[in-house]
Design a binder for this molecule. Structure first.
Ligand SMILES: Cc1cc2nc3c(=O)[nH]c(=O)nc-3n(C[C@H](O)[C@H](O)[C@H](O)COP(=O)(O)OP(=O)(O)OC[C@H]3O[C@@H](n4cnc5c(N)ncnc54)[C@H](O)[C@@H]3O)c2cc1C
Length: 388
């Protein structure tokens, strides 16, 4: 059984504690731990079940089928931590409903909200967020997919890559250059239904922890004027504003993977014979476990501090979210590596839980801002404070 004492921390309200308990029970009943052969259908199925269970309502505002008036980051983080501890794919399915629809919740028109958010909350529409391009990942301001205004609306040309849910999504929030200014100020956001003629999302990418992932291509793809999300030229700000809400929750997912690794490694150390005793009696193993406990607790403090700050002040928490994501993802990698070591040969055997977590955690240090990018954000905030 995982340590649940963190739920007593003052970051949470009683509603959060109830949510964590109810979701824990739901996961025990509804999620299995097998690696699916067909990730697309497994993911579609998970989205439907998460919708039916009412969990996706936390991904959208109350005005359009959600639970809270404003997205509640503590709830999102608790849900991601819990799902990740049970199933990486369930966490992925949940997270992408939030990230994929986040810009609509935060900046979309009433019509866009009405068209997509209730379906996202019910698990009836699958969402995706299309920002990264083959020539620009971390350097978001230099994306070069273009959107040109026409008599009927817009014509979009370019490519997006590493798009989660690519190939199974019902719609993409897609960012393209509209040219109001060079760099970050010349980008706009669009809502693109997946069945839009001219959108090719058939090229799939196979990664070490399989998830639906694709490259999108479009050449002169036509969109109506109403596809523009918010204001022209604000796409970069919308992308960053969306990532600001969800970055803390990437740390929460890493925390869930780390907690699972700690639980599994502890059980293994308590039951594996070593000489006259058990692996857990060995001082070097105890030292590993102590470091794992420290990393898990420190990550939880950073993740829930960041979520609490955002929820209770409503202000941007870029520094705290960067600290949470950086520490939780980097240290989860270390925790899981130690779990592999404690499992010995079994830990590198395909399908073993430690081996699966080892593959599952890696991408979290790259997407939604690589660890190095988080360091840039933290150092900038720190230096600005000291120069002021
Ligand atoms: C599994 C997975 C899912 C993804 N899902 C999505 C999605 O749904 N939507 C989407 O738009 N994108 C998605 N991405 C893309 C992801 O956001 C990018 O991979 C990420 O932003 C890094 O971009 P890049 O891969 O082009 O690497 P690059 O930008 O080429 O960076 C390569 C490396 O350079 C280093 N680096 C980068 N910037 C700096 C810096 N400022 N200082 C020092 N070092 C630096 C980092 O180590 C980085 O890993 C996903 C990626 C993966 C792996």
């Amino acid at each position: 059984m995982s340590d649940r004492s963190f739920l007593d921390w003052p970051f949470f309200e009683d509603g959060h504690r109830r949510l964590a308990d109810e979701l824990e029970a739901w996961c025990g009943r509804e999620l299995d731990d097998d690696e699916p052969k067909d990730v697309d259908s497994a993911c579609r199925h998970l989205v439907r079940r998460l919708g039916a269970g009412g969990w996706l309502r936390y991904c959208v505002p109350a005005s359009h089928g959600g639970v809270h008036e404003r997205l509640d980051v503590r709830s999102l983080a608790l849900i991601r931590e819990t799902l990740a501890r049970h199933s990486g794919l369930a966490d992925f399915a949940f997270a992408m409903q939030g990230l994929g629809s986040g810009a609509i919740s935060l900046f979309g028109s009433e019509a866009q909200k009405h068209a997509w958010l209730p379906a996202v909350a019910a698990g009836e529409a699958i969402a995706a967020f299309a920002l990264t391009e083959p020539e620009s990942g971390s350097d978001v301001a230099s994306i070069d997919s273009s959107a040109v205004e026409t008599d009927e609306g817009w014509a979009l040309t370019g490519a997006k890559t590493f798009i989660s849910n690519g190939g199974i999504a019902d719609f993409y929030v897609l960012f393209a250059r509209t040219g109001e200014a060079p760099g970050a100020k010349g980008i706009s956001a669009f809502v693109v239904p997946a069945d839009t003629p001219g959108l090719d999302d058939s090229e799939r990418i196979d990664v070490i922890a399989p998830h639906p992932l694709a490259t999108l291509r479009f050449d002169g793809m036509r969109l109506p004027g109403e596809a523009l999300l918010g204001e022209r030229g604000q796409g970069f700000a919308y992308a960053m504003g969306t990532l600001d809400v969800f970055r803390t929750t990437v740390g929460a997912a890493a925390l869930g993977f780390a907690r699972r690794a700690l639980d599994e490694a502890t059980d293994r150390a308590l039951t594996r014979r070593l000489g006259a005793g058990m692996l857990a009696d060995n001082a070097i193993t105890q030292s590993k476990l102590a470091e794992m406990v420290l990393d898990v607790d420190a990550s939880a403090l950073l993740v829930y501090r960041s979520a609490w700050l955002r929820d209770t002040t409503g202000r941007r928490n870029s520094r705290e979210a960067a600290l949470a994501k950086l520490h939780a993802t980097d240290s989860a990698q270390q925790v899981i590596d130690k779990a592999v070591q404690i499992f010995g040969g079994l830990g590198v055997t395909r399908g073993n839980i430690a081996e699966r977590l080892y593959r599952e955690i890696r991408a979290l240090r790259i997407y939604e801002g690589a660890s190095e990018v988080q360091k840039v954000v933290i150092a900038r905030a720190h230096l600005a404070e000291h120069r002021a």
